[in-house]
Design a protein around this ligand. Structure first.
Ligand code: ADP
Ligand code: MG
Length: 320
């Protein structure tokens, strides 16, 4: 890749003393603390699949790292380093600068050092790998939910899916105005990094909500060999969402819409007080939305106690 651009990126990467050799050589070298396990996650963003093609390059850069940090958050890991593999259709310095602005903005917020990458020409695709650290055995996993656990979720649900529906209305749907707060939830998701770290030791199982609440809670339940039930009336709802959509539309968006990047976790009833204190301390709402029971599968109940079945539990890349 163009030396100037690499040099500009290199100068803006947050400094970390555990980076022995960063951008510029054939590979990076980092020092892993002897008393930590390395946690590794990778996520790709494709134009038109993971973000609308018209998204601003800075927002794409932000989101590319944010969704990866969300995976580390769901493991309760402290982010440390990342790499970035970029494929862009043609050399476009302004686009690349904008992209790295957004990427380096969120990397600075979390003290994550970009230690290397690759820049090639081809269909637009962005692949990020993040590396985090966790005390041995402390990581939050999907397979640790227990019968009797409460099910909790952070923040609010459905905002990004609501924004996407306004941006790309279906056949016969009108183009309605899109509140900025909903748009920001789609373009600039907030990975719950501090919350995930604080949940290690409190939560049993944890996942980040990227494909849709029911689909993702379903992963916890199948990995743990248990069943889950969710009360739709208890799903945390932003004021913008409440005023933009009817209760019926909200249920679909909140239970099955993707891109929330909130944490869904299970915890024993005995930890309710501690979790409520954590919400105050972390400044992130934590809402109890259901519970875990013996059996298998996921169900949702509406306010009148009726069981509710969506057409699909969440986004699937290879469905049908
Ligand atoms: P090589 O041919 O050895 O792969 P490159 O020209 O691809 O070399 O990359 C040179 C250096 O710049 C490497 O250290 C690589 O990790 C880094 N790099 C390339 N693209 C990026 C990028 N988009 N972000 C961060 N580092 C990058
Ligand atoms: Mg290369």
């Amino acid at each position: 890749m163009e030396f100037d651009l690499i040099e500009r990126i290199r100068r803006r990467v947050p400094a970390r003393t555990d980076v022995v050799l960063g951008i510029g050589d054939d590979a990076a070298i980092v020092q892993v603390p002897a008393d930590r396990q390395l946690v590794i996650a990778t996520d790709t963003l494709n134009a038109g699949v993971h973000f609308p093609a018209a998204t601003a390059p800075t927002d794409i850069g932000w989101k590319a790292l944010a969704v990866n940090l969300s995976d580390l958050a769901a493991m309760g890991a402290q982010p440390a380093w990342c790499t970035l593999s970029l494929s862009v259709p043609h050399s476009n310095a302004a686009w690349l600068d904008g992209f790295h602005d957004g990427f380096l903005e969120i990397s600075a917020l979390h003290g994550v050092a970009l230690v290397g990458g690759d820049t090639t020409s081809g269909p637009m695709s962005i692949c990020v790998t993040v590396h985090g650290l966790v005390a041995p055995g402390e990581a939050l996993r999907r397979d640790a939910a227990r019968v009797g656990d409460d099910v909790w979720v952070s923040g609010t649900l459905g905002d990004a899916a609501a924004a996407l529906r306004r941006l790309l209305p279906g056949p016969g749907e009108e183009c309605a105005p899109l509140p900025c707060a909903l748009r920001a939830r789609l373009d600039r998701p907030t990975p719950r990094v501090g919350l995930g770290i604080a949940l290690a030791g409190l939560a049993n199982a944890c996942i980040d909500v990227s494909d849709g609440l029911l689909a993702d809670l379903g992963h916890i339940c199948s990995a743990s060999g248990v069943a889950g039930v969710v009360q739709l009336a208890d799903l945390p709802t932003s004021p913008e969402m409440r005023s933009a959509y009817s209760a019926g539309e909200r249920a679909v968006l909140q239970a099955t819409g993707g891109d929330d990047y909130e944490l869904c976790f299970t915890a024993p009833r005995s930890r309710r007080d501690k979790i409520e204190q954590l919400a105050v301390h972390a400044g992130t709402a934590l809402t109890r939305i259901g519970h875990i029971h013996a059996g298998s599968g996921i169900s949702a109940r509406s306010a009148d106690g009726e069981s509710w079945l969506p057409a699909s539990a969440g986004y699937q890349h290879f469905a049908g």
